[in-house]
Design a protein around this ligand. Structure first.
Ligand code: CA
Length: 409
């Protein structure tokens, strides 16, 4: 009986050769040596070692401790490297070279695969914005007057973006309990999640030159699932008039895997119909690509599914967000990361935050270990997603997970 190759994947494996997301890993033998890895099934290919073994010209991009050289290389290189990788993991003649360079994914440590430059977070789901408006401004319009004219966003804290698997200490801060005149200080009692999709910028742009809708793919390399941890009590007290601050900046978790946009070609979809015409720089009606993506997200707490937010329902696309983010002349840097905003669909079970799922604590969720309004210490939140791939396959996005731990003493 011959030993099965790690490259003999089960039919329908969401991490098959049609996917090939990128990450950075270390092994137990060499915990200091970070290397670019490409996920194939349940293994990680040492991509730099593979490039060297096969005499590939892409060794300069892949034999690196970070994705940065690949990110800066641009769209043509992204396509060519992906083609080479596809051949390395599918052509039988390469197996003797490739198989020794595969590590079981459970036996490596995964790291943040690039240095996050600037981090921006948007607010692009109409269902989410409407729910939040109803919860926090029950007597006003659910959507603010600007909402359908521009993708609302804010600049977050790039230095606290952490890789999936990193523990999340409960944040401390000011919050004013309902009915109290003055704020108190302590651990957040309304710690929440936001299920989002993060977009990773590869190619920088020049200051003073906006990036138009049609140039989205010249700059954005790929996507990662993102959890925008949010302390609702801190947020509610601090956010007027300048927006989110300490209620968000303590941590943002991203998947260890960046899925290249090219792997998501079969998931491209038109965004929902818009009932307000956007200004020309945001008007994608005549664009070749409208920029919607059909990603199906699942959110679990302690292994129990609590929501299934559909990314295809997002009102503003990542291309519109990029155009808006740069329309004032602000430049892009390699490693810029921007979050889509909480993904919430129209149905109750499609809401991407506990704020919405429990209606700000009014309707607790029933989990086997007890009721949940917001997160408790020890809770583990995991987000996964898949997208339609070529020929009826599924493209898996790398999971993003994190455990809530008590505040540091
Ligand atoms: Ca958010």
């Amino acid at each position: 009986m011959s030993e099965q190759s790690p490259l003999d994947l089960a039919e329908g494996d969401p991490f098959g050769p049609h996917n090939l997301p990128y990450g950075v890993f270390t092994t137990a033998d060499e915990p200091e040596r970070r290397r670019v890895g490409v996920r194939v099934g349940s293994h990680v290919l040492d991509a730099g070692a593979a490039a060297r073994a096969l005499g590939s010209p892409y060794a300069a991009l892949l034999d690196q401790p970070s994705l940065r050289p690949l990110l800066t290389a641009g769209r043509t290189a992204w396509r060519d490297v992906r083609r080479a990788l596809t051949a390395w993991v599918t052509v039988p003649a390469h197996r003797p070279d490739i198989e020794p360079l595969l590590h079981p994914v459970g036996e490596v440590a995964l790291h943040l695969p690039y240095e996050v430059a600037d981090y921006v977070d948007f607010y692009a789901s109409e269902n989410h914005a409407t729910n939040v408006g109803r919860i926090f401004r029950p007597d006003g319009d659910a959507l603010t007057p600007n909402w359908k004219h521009l993708p609302i966003g804010y600049h977050g804290r790039s230095g606290t973006v952490v890789v999936s698997g990193t523990d999340i200490p409960r944040p401390l801060g000011q919050r004013r309990p309902p009915g109290a005149e003055n704020p108190s200080f302590g651990p957040s009692v309304k710690l929440d999640i936001e299920a989002e999709v993060g977009f990773v910028v590869g190619v920088p742009s020049e200051r003073g030159r906006p990036v138009p809708l049609g140039s989205f793919r010249d700059h954005v390399f790929g996507v990662s699932l993102l959890n925008d941890w949010s302390a609702r009590d801190i947020q509610a007290w601090e956010y007027v008039p300048l927006g989110p601050f300490l209620g968000k900046s303590f941590a943002t978790s991203v998947s260890a895997w960046v899925t290249p946009l090219e792997a998501l070609d079969a998931a491209r979809t038109a965004p929902p119909a818009r009932d307000v015409a956007p200004l020309p720089y945001l008007d994608d009606a005549a664009e070749e690509e409208q920029g919607g993506l059909d990603l199906r997200i699942t959110v679990s707490v302690n292994g129990h599914v609590i929501a299934e937010p559909p990314f295809a329902t997002m009102y503003w696309t990542a291309a519109q967000q990029l155009a808006h983010m740069t329309v004032n002349g602000a430049s892009l840097r390699t490693g810029d990361l921007y979050g889509s905003g909480t993904v919430s669909g129209p149905e109750t079970h499609q809401r991407g935050s506990l704020l919405e799922l429990t209606w700000n604590g009014r309707d607790p969720l029933e989990l086997p270990e007890g009721k949940r309004t917001f997160l408790e210490d020890g809770d583990v939140v995991t987000m996964t997603a898949w997208a339609p791939g070529p020929d009826g396959t599924r493209v898996g996005l790398g999971e993003v997970t994190g455990r809530i731990v008590p505040p540091h003493a």
